[in-house]
Design a protein around this ligand. Structure first.
Ligand SMILES: [Ca+2]
Ligand SMILES: [Ca+2]
Length: 125
């Protein structure tokens, strides 16, 4: 798909991108559209664009465009960390995203194995 580049947000996105190339980091103000309690996925790096939100555990996130094409992800859960898989039904590879943390550029995280494929999630308390 064509990835939209927005010059106006590039400064913020680039700053956020620097810290999260290899690991999860605490969320900053750019991520605030994600409602409390949700796991949010974005079509842009660094939380750019409107989030796709899910609550609870999900065996098939690929039915949601923003998870199926995710560029960044944010755990805005209330209490728990969340494990995210690149296979449906909690299969494939996974990472644990602590509560309040983001991955700002999935392409740069673990060789991009989760980019465009956040397929299922399970909350870990
Ligand atoms: Ca996909
Ligand atoms: Ca990216």
């Amino acid at each position: 798909m064509i990835r939209k580049k927005i010059a106006a947000v590039l400064g913020t996105a680039a700053l956020a991108g620097l810290g999260i190339a290899a690991t999860a980091t605490p969320a900053s103000a750019a991520w605030t559209d994600c409602r409390s309690g949700a796991l949010c996925a974005y079509l842009g790096d660094g939380g750019a664009g409107d989030p796709g939100e899910v609550f609870g555990n999900n065996t098939n996130l690929l039915q949601y465009t923003k998870f199926n094409n995710a560029e960044s992800v944010y755990n805005n859960g209330n209490d728990c960390d969340v494990r995210v898989y690149n296979g449906t039904g909690y299969t494939g590879s996974s990472f644990l995203l602590p509560r309040g943390y983001v991955i700002g550029n999935l392409d740069a995280y673990r060789s991009g194995i989760f980019a465009d494929d956040l397929a299922s999630n399970r909350w870990v308390c």
